[in-house]
Design a protein around this ligand. Structure first.
Ligand SMILES: [Zn+2]
Ligand SMILES: [Zn+2]
Length: 400
């Protein structure tokens, strides 16, 4: 039987695993309940399993039984963490934990990767190389991938992997079962702009005797938007959104301080450097012009997720071969979200693939997106997701 058929045969147990994880979602780097479920599922498979020290990760290595002397490996990554969202799906397997939800579909990734470990384990004898299964906590803002790299996941099989792949489900946009990737930038770098403007408060009727932090901060927010259109190439774009702005207490008092916070997204290292530099300069120069002081921070978060061109094409072609060309598309544009799989792709060539998981009774154009309290991901993609992971590893190691 082929990998797809074998995957279809374990669809039920993958759905069960996914539902169990979904019911008990956990946030951040410590996911003990999720880790236990993964370890339980992998128990009995011919894997070298290790767990993280600073986080509840699981690294499993499958040693191929056929080698030509020079060992090669492929890394497959699935993230496992949830979000601080109160679930509003009404699903029978909805979260039991108040205010925590698997709203980004990482429960599916965990189940798919566990399924791939099972599928590949049954093919261990014929595998001409090794496979590293990277079960990762803390994708949602905790740099879990970076921490796992620090703990040696890329060296788990010996030499560095020749390729790394990650799947990510989407509850919107793509029809169920569609795989999408692209060469080059796939997801944005996401950084944080954090500014406190310190002026001199006073009576609101006498602004000339005060140093108004609000007008200065407003000028900064507007100037940052002008910077986006005047300082950056439209074909290497950036996004700046100031999403939090706080100052003052009442109508007749000029406050001492104003503070704002926002996100800065970019798609190349060069644009990111310019964005960091220009943002700080504009804020400081405007503070000077307004006679106030600014405490401006540009905080580097996740880097750009860059797919290797050859690996993206390899993955696209493999998916087209396994599932049919209609289910494998090349994305025209990158996405504005960000991923810490970017840290893996900085060191190992590979590709990140989006997978449509919109339930059949929803319209992909209007279905609630990932991170929505109403986001629903269809179990129907679990078997094909597991098969996709397994096929990418098999084919990359040289078995078609
Ligand atoms: Zn997410
Ligand atoms: Zn995610």
């Amino acid at each position: 039987m082929g990998v797809r058929e074998d995957a279809a045969a374990i669809a039920g147990e993958l759905a069960e695993l996914r539902h169990a994880i979904h019911r008990e979602p956990e946030i951040g780097l410590e996911l003990p309940l999720t880790q236990a479920k993964v370890l339980d599922y992998l128990d009995g498979l011919p894997l070298e399993v290790s767990t993280g020290r600073k986080l509840s990760s699981v690294t499993a290595v499958l040693r191929g039984g056929r080698g030509d002397g020079a060992r090669r490996s492929v890394l497959l990554r699935g993230d496992m963490d949830a979000l601080p969202i109160a679930e509003a799906t009404g699903l029978p397997y909805a979260s039991r934990f108040e205010g925590v939800m698997h709203a980004c579909g990482h429960d599916l990734h965990t189940a798919m990767l566990a399924g791939a470990a099972r599928l590949l384990s049954t093919r261990q004898a014929e595998l001409p190389g090794d496979v590293i299964f990277m079960f990762q906590p803390g994708e949602e803002g905790y740099r879990g991938a970076d921490v796992m790299i620090g703990e040696g996941v890329l060296d788990a099989a010996g030499p560095r992997p020749v390729a790394a792949y990650a799947l990510h489900v989407s509850s919107t946009q793509y029809p169920c079962g569609l795989f999408a990737t692209r060469p080059g930038p796939m997801l944005a770098a996401a950084d944080i702009i954090r500014v406190t403007v310190r002026g001199r408060g006073g009576h609101a009727s006498q602004p000339h005797l005060a140093a108004d932090p609000i007008t200065a901060a407003c000028a900064m927010v507007t100037a940052l938007q002008t910077m986006v259109t005047r300082r950056f190439d439209v074909f290497d774009p950036v996004v700046v959104t100031i999403s939090s702005f706080h100052a003052g207490t009442t109508d007749n008092v000029i406050p001492d301080e104003a503070a704002f916070l926002g996100t800065a997204r970019s798609y190349s290292a060069a644009a990111r450097d310019r964005l960091r530099e220009n943002t700080i300069k504009i804020i400081n120069d405007l503070a000077d012009a307004h006679g106030v002081e600014a405490d401006a921070h540009y905080v580097d978060e996740y880097p750009v997720t860059v797919n290797d061109a050859a690996e993206a094409e390899f993955a696209r072609a493999a998916v087209a071969d396994v599932f049919g060309p209609a289910r494998s598309i090349l994305k025209t544009f990158p996405m504005t979200g960000a991923e810490d799989f970017s840290y893996v792709l900085q060191q190992v060539p590979g590709a990140f693939l989006s997978v449509g998981a919109v339930p059949l009774d929803r319209d992909p154009a209007t279905a609630p997106s990932n991170h929505s309290a109403a986001a629903v991901f269809d179990d129907a993609v679990l078997a094909d997701g597991a098969a996709c992971y397994a096929e990418l590893a098999l084919r990359r190691l040289g078995i078609a």
